[in-house]
Design a binder for this molecule. Structure first.
Ligand code: HEC
Ligand code: HEC
Length: 355
């Protein structure tokens, strides 16, 4: 990692101001969170628009190639052998058709997890795509979806029930298919599939996958495959937070050990840290409920080290009333007064912590 950044620094002359590798260890053993009843808000919170840059859409397709001539004479000919592809650190090999098979996605590291329930490994046609297709077999997730590894089972179940009933709406434009597909999947899931997948993912362990970098200028980031990848040249980051991959091939092959970079404005991590630990008059200290190391409880989800793209989308979802259930009211006083810039600072700090 250090190496890659060093190269990046030299080759592209990017002012990488700070690579966060520090860990904040909890000084005290975590106290159980006291369930706080949220004060009933007099006025509904004003919504903050979901910014376009938070939902990198796949660029419009290039013009389709001319249709191949109907090859009647070739009907009996054997299919050409598909090239087998690999990723670093795995001895498995899969053809592209398998890598993109939503009902039998690749399992690059079968030794890294116990037996997957059917719904996780294969899903159920036509509407329940395999969870592993997007969230990866161990639930590490990717910037365009969510890490499920180590979330409390009760929490996972509740979220799936909420998607199914429509109480949790999903975020972003209708054209952002990862979210639309998640909603479709949950609506088709049986109670048994919900229980089995929740149990399985709650037992997995989240690895560190994201490194946060404060910077004014960043390598030019282009959307592809629902996320950003680094392209030649540089651009201003401005008031955004962009999570990018430096290796689009590994991302597209669904490598669950691939690490991502998140670019945030200078000073974001420290400003975020003050709000996360102390509230700063703008929010409620996250540590009150998500505990000192932000690893959550058996009811409240862990947030440390998770994708800042996902965290930011969810902060906005709470603020905008797109996630409402018996527990979500606790997040109302947290997001009520935050600006978009505050939320970016907060997720910069939270995602820089070890999961
Ligand atoms: C097509 C990709 C895709 C597939 C397949 C998929 N998900 Fe998701 N999942 C997503 C996305 C995107 C989100 C974030 C949606 C949002 O904005 O709320 C998500 C969110 C979730 C969440 C909420 C996580 C949280 O922290 O609150 C759970 C739980 C979940 N998925 C479970 C599953 C299960 C179980 C399966 C398999 C039956 C599955 N997903 C299959 C894309 C997918
Ligand atoms: C009063 C308790 C409380 C405080 C304080 C609090 N949270 Fe939460 N948070 C919750 C609860 C409860 C949930 C689960 C809501 C649900 O079940 O839908 C949650 C969920 C979340 C989620 C969604 C996670 C996911 O997997 O989708 C994020 C992100 C989050 N909190 C971030 C924060 C941040 C950042 C702070 C501090 C700025 C914070 N929270 C402060 C109680 C709290």
């Amino acid at each position: 990692m250090g190496n890659t950044l060093y190269k990046l620094h030299l080759a592209r002359i990017v002012p990488v101001l700070c690579l966060v590798t520090s860990v904040t260890w909890a000084a005290d053993p975590p106290k159980p969170a006291t369930a706080m009843a949220a004060p009933a808000s007099a006025a509904p919170m004003t919504a903050i628009e979901y910014p376009d840059w938070l939902f990198p859409l796949i660029p419009k397709e290039l013009p389709a190639p001319p249709p191949a001539k109907p090859a009647a004479d070739k009907a009996d000919a054997p299919k050409p052998e598909e090239e087998l592809l690999d990723i670093p650190g795995s001895t498995e090999k899969f053809p592209l058709s398998r890598i993109n098979d939503a009902f039998n996605p690749p399992d690059w590291r079968p030794a890294s997890h116990g037996p997957m329930p059917d719904v996780v490994a294969k899903g159920r046609k036509p509407d329940v795509m395999a969870c592993a297709f997007c969230h990866t077999p161990t639930g590490q997730g990717r910037p365009e979806n969510s890490a499920l590894a180590g979330l409390p089972a009760a929490y996972i179940k509740q979220q799936l029930l909420d998607y199914r009933s429509g109480r949790r709406k999903g975020v972003g434009p209708d054209t952002y298919l990862p979210v639309q597909n998640m909603l479709k999947i949950a609506k088709a899931m049986t109670d048994k599939e919900i229980d089995e997948s929740a149990e399985y993912f709650s037992q997995q362990k989240l690895k560190r996958r994201v490194y946060v970098i404060e910077s004014l200028r960043i390598p030019r980031a282009e959307p592809a495959a629902w996320i950003y990848y680094e392209h030649g040249g540089t651009e201003d980051l401005g008031d955004r937070m962009l999570e990018v991959t430096q290796d689009l091939t590994r991302h597209e092959r669904r490598d669950d050990r691939l690490e991502y970079l998140a670019y945030v404005p200078p000073g974001a991590i420290n400003r975020g840290k003050r709000m996360v630990l102390g509230g700063e008059g703008k929010t409620v200290a996250c540590t009150q409920c998500h505990l000192a190391n932000l690893k959550g409880t058996d009811q409240i989800p862990p947030i440390a080290g998770r994708s800042p793209t996902y965290l930011l989308r969810q902060m906005l979802a709470f603020r905008n009333g797109d996630r409402v259930n018996e527990h979500s009211a606790q997040m109302n006083p947290v997001v009520e007064k935050l600006t978009m810039a505050d939320m970016i600072d907060i997720v910069a700090y939270v995602s820089s912590q070890y999961p």
